[in-house]
Design a protein around this ligand. Sequence first.
Ligand SMILES: [Zn+2]
Length: 308
Amino acid sequence: MPSLRLLAANPRGARLSNAAGSAASQGDQGAGRGFDIGPTMNVGPWAERLAGALAGRRVVYTTSWDDGLHTDLQLVELGRRHGMPMMLFASPLHGSGRAMHSRDLLEVAQHAEIGSHTLRHTPIDHCSALEARDHVLSGRRHLEQVLGAAVPHFCLVGGRYTRANLAAVKGLVDSVRSTDLLNFGAPVRDGLVQPSLQIRFKGRTHPAKVVWAALSRLALAPALRVAGLALRGARQHDLMAELPRLSAAPEIRVHLWGHSADVAACNAWQELARLFELLNLIGAKPMRYSTFVGTDGPPLAAARVKPK
Ligand SMILES: [Zn+2]
């Protein structure tokens, strides 16, 4: 399975100076297997290749994370150290009993935007419209009381919804994030904030879902390549190495999302740190979530109504 195997930290200059000698062989490997950084490689060569392939284009990115659990403390600290823009969607009474304490949420809010994710982590696809509205509002109000600030962004639990319930809750919040994938153009589509790639170390998105999204969203050549990689076991975040091919636009908009509990369960903090380093090394522009999805106004607001 292709994997993002990234080594322990080296000084940035050392990584880049090591890059030239191995770039060619890694390029060959990358062409065959996707984002396969082996245990003896480091992030520098990949960053160089990506930066070169993206020359003259702009990459803007944001990240969002679910569910506001204890492990998000470590995540937000890691993101802070790497200058990551972060939105944390919290369920303050999460059914796992592992929701972070209110004082921790206040601390985290110093470094990340906070969004709501229902009070108890409840999907809104098997309830009435009235109940769906209550789930959304109760989560939002709880967080606003804790934080003493507006919490206008919402994330669907499990990405699940019905059209009727989505219509019922849309007006209660500024944005509704889904779990869609391979959206590198318009941050908002069909009334949903649709992400680009899920950062996920444990398990993988069902390949059929990735193949379907690729064929619906991408041009034929990149869609076929992504489909091939997915069928061979590539994880969504492995597709970062395909970024130059996934979109032909002069500006590529990348929205990464994930769960800190997944990172913790796989002890993948080092790998996640390297992914953050990669974003920095290729010169991608970090952007606050609310700006990225257009609720802060320009520069991406116009993209909200861009057709599919
Ligand atoms: Zn969740």
